[in-house]
Design a protein around this ligand. Sequence first.
Ligand code: SF4
Length: 269
Amino acid sequence: MSDRSKIEWTDATWNPVRGCQKVSPGCKHCYAETFANRWVGVPGHPYEQGFTPRIVETKLFEPLSWVRPRKIFVNSMSDLFQPFVSDSFIRQVFEVMALADWHVYQVLTKRAGRMRSVVNALPARLRGLAHVWLGTSVEDRKYGVPRIRELAQTDASIRFLSVEPLLEDLGQLNLEGIGWVIVGGESGPGARPMEQAWVTSMRDQCALHTPAVPFFFKQWGGVQKSRFGRLLEGREHNGFPEPPLQEAPPRGNRLARRELLELRLDAVA
Ligand code: SF4
């Protein structure tokens, strides 16, 4: 399966963990589950085991082999902070991100409380890195909004909200410490509707905040999402934090980083 992504706000996906368990209403039509279940029992396919949660050790070093800088959605097919993933494996993922620092990593979770406790306990050299952005999903008031406070208390250079699928009006949010907001509606069979007023409320809160928060409107969604596109009041909204992308180091340096990484992972394991 290609690691390139069609998701509008990223370039590629990296899945050292596959599969997940549902935690809140935003998971109801989980695209990752739908995709994974299509391949159950297909010998040799990465999702032969469907959506059963598992670690994929062979994927751990993948970003080091990608020479061209990319924005990477970490665990698009899973959630890094689900209970079965050990603190030690999460640290290994952060070790990789720290050393393959020519990419930007977008780490998104619905387990914001665990992310806060694990990330804040990492060594200082792994925390608050400019190229590692941490985000949480906010689909409704009951489950999603409380995650914002957990995220705000997490050590990160950029904290972002993925307000998708937006299931209701979220009311007035505290955006202090939030550096990016993505909003989108649900797509595919059974998609739940999203009202325009819910979206414009989010857009306006981002614009009126001091400092203004970059706002990205991903899509209206719907059963046939291509019919509804991504214009909001006649225009696209493509707000993004300034990504600190840099050139990859020469091959010799990348190999040296890989050796250093293996030493560090041995120490963590
Ligand atoms: S947390 Fe994310 S990956 Fe896991 S079931 Fe929910 S939507 Fe799917």
